[in-house]
Write a protein that binds this ligand. Structure first.
Ligand SMILES: [Zn+2]
Ligand SMILES: [Zn+2]
Length: 253
């Protein structure tokens, strides 16, 4: 599995793009940074976007992507999400007020985008990947993802405070190679993190210990741009090997 980090932050600045992890050039985990990161020809190669939740930093590039790939593909780009997330997208974003409904453009039979509802806890296939969504604990309905191919697996926490089921499922993966887990706020803002359904580096370490093994790489992501330096320092000083993800990185599992 090849993972390209198109964006990995919990907000945006000239140096920081929001979260989008591209798998094998065709499948995306979240849509915070597509059109701002990928050349046009590569945007047209995307087949699937797995949405964790509908906060803006995870969906903001879907609309511009639809515009850019119009007329360039035979098949729609499939947007995978829970029933609630897809409803929010439909009602509040691609609703012909904020942005056109690209699931009906140029017509409903061969649209630019298509919604694909998923059930948390139930495995499904995307290309040659096996995927499972697991509910996590954020302030809006959110799922993390477990993604596997024949030889390796990754876990993506999405936005979450302390949670349980995702780590339980992660512990069952045979070839777990990488865990991408959020670290939004510095340790001293723990209360804010807890109020808003996020983690600090200290809380992150407690979370990965719940997996019950340690033979995988840990990547911190979703750092808020305003706290980048202190977050990098705090991740380093946790006494665990935490790799602070950088946009533009390529990781082969
Ligand atoms: Zn976020
Ligand atoms: Zn969020």
């Amino acid at each position: 599995m090849l993972i390209q980090v198109l964006g990995c932050y919990g907000g945006e600045s000239p140096q920081c793009r929001p979260v989008s992890l591209l798998i094998n050039g065709t499948v995306l985990l979240d849509a915070g940074a597509i059109t701002s990161a990928l050349p046009l020809k590569d945007q047209a190669k995307l087949n699937a976007i797995l949405i964790s939740h509908t906060h803006l930093d995870h969906i903001q590039d879907i609309g511009f992507l639809a515009d850019n790939i119009f007329g360039k593909r035979d098949q729609p780009v499939r947007i995978y999400g829970t029933r609630t997330s897809l409803r929010y997208l439909k009602d509040h974003v691609l609703n012909n007020h904020i942005w056109p409904d690209f699931t009906a453009i140029p017509n409903a039979r061969s649209p630019v985008l298509a919604y694909q509802e998923i059930q948390p806890g139930k495995e499904f296939k995307v290309e040659d990947l096996t995927v499972k969504a697991v509910k996590v604990d954020h302030i809006v309905p959110t799922v993390g993802y477990l993604v596997s191919d024949a030889s390796s697996s990754l876990v993506y926490s999405a936005d979450t405070g302390p949670t349980k089921n995702l780590w339980k499922e992660a512990g069952k993966l045979k070839n777990l190679k990488a865990v991408f887990v959020e670290a939004s706020f510095p340790n001293e803002l723990r209360r804010l993190a807890q109020m808003t359904g996020h983690l600090t580096p200290e809380l992150l370490v407690k979370e990965i210990h719940k997996i019950g093994k340690n033979n995988f790489a840990t990547y911190a992501l979703h750092m808020k741009p305003a706290f980048l330096e202190v977050l990098a320092q705090e991740c380093k000083s946790q006494g665990e090997k935490i790799h602070v993800l950088k946009q533009g990185e390529r990781i082969r599992l």
